[in-house]
Write a protein that binds this ligand. Structure first.
Ligand code: HEC
Length: 210
């Protein structure tokens, strides 16, 4: 009978240890890779699954819960009080409503004021009028590219590159939407009725000269 030397048997013990450790490593990396693969799969499946119709539906939902109408659709007085004038849906401050100079606020905690339509605002930033978000090509977002819209909302700059977008639009929050959701919002805005309405330009505050 051949005798296994104590030296060899201890090596064999250590060897099986190393072997099982390697096996565990291989098995866990296979599971890890499989996990990554399936995540990738569900991601692409989710993106692929959205037809353009579903994208528009999602955009409509985001616009509704995102409160865009609160400022971009003027309020009118209805039988039960102020209500959004949906015949002017998302078309911004009505150009026919020429606002007089804003009243001067007294010193104190009141910081800014808004028009009864909730489409014009005056504060330390000047006077801002809500934009026409309909696809009208000369007064709305008709000529905008999806990229401009996404960048404007993410950077707070006009069309994503220009002057700062003035309050009170909560672009800091809107810009936190996922790109897919911002794109869905833009896709929806493309489908709403185009309304020709030229919104007045922002008025910057007059800085008193010394
Ligand atoms: C609290 C009021 C308010 C809300 C709510 C609001 N906006 Fe605005 N928005 C404004 C004002 C005011 C401006 C014009 C700012 C300016 O001219 O600097 C504006 C401008 C814009 C512009 C033009 C930006 C540019 O580059 O000039 C876009 C696009 C826009 N809003 C999209 C949206 C969308 C989409 C929502 C909803 C998710 C929304 N807004 C919600 C007030 C609001």
């Amino acid at each position: 009978m051949s005798q296994i030397s104590p030296h060899y048997s201890s090596w064999r013990g250590a060897g099986s240890w190393v072997l099982s450790a390697i096996l565990v490593l291989i098995v866990s990396s296979v599971f890890f890779l499989a996990g990554c693969q399936s995540e990738k799969k569900t991601e692409t499946q989710a993106t692929k699954a959205l037809t353009s119709e579903e994208l528009v539906k999602r955009g409509e939902y985001m616009v509704t819960v995102g409160g865009c109408n609160d400022c971009h659709t003027p309020l009118k007085t209805g039988p039960n009080g102020p209500e959004p004038d949906m015949s002017r849906m998302l078309s911004g401050h009505p150009e026919i409503l020429v606002m007089p100079p804003p009243p001067k606020l007294p010193q104190g905690p009141w910081g800014w004021i808004g028009a009864a339509t909730t489409t014009a605002f005056a504060g330390p930033w000047g006077i801002s009028y809500t934009a026409n978000l309909t696809p009208d090509s000369s007064t709305g977002l008709g000529l905008w590219k999806e990229e401009m819209f996404v960048n404007a909302m993410k950077t707070g700059k006009h069309m994503g590159i220009g002057r700062p977008i003035m309050p009170p639009i909560p672009w800091q929050g809107i810009g936190r939407m996922k790109d897919e959701d911002l794109k869905a919002v833009f896709a929806y805005l493309r489908t709403i009725p185009a309304i020709k309405n030229h919104v007045p330009a922002v008025v910057l505050p007059v800085v008193a000269s010394k």
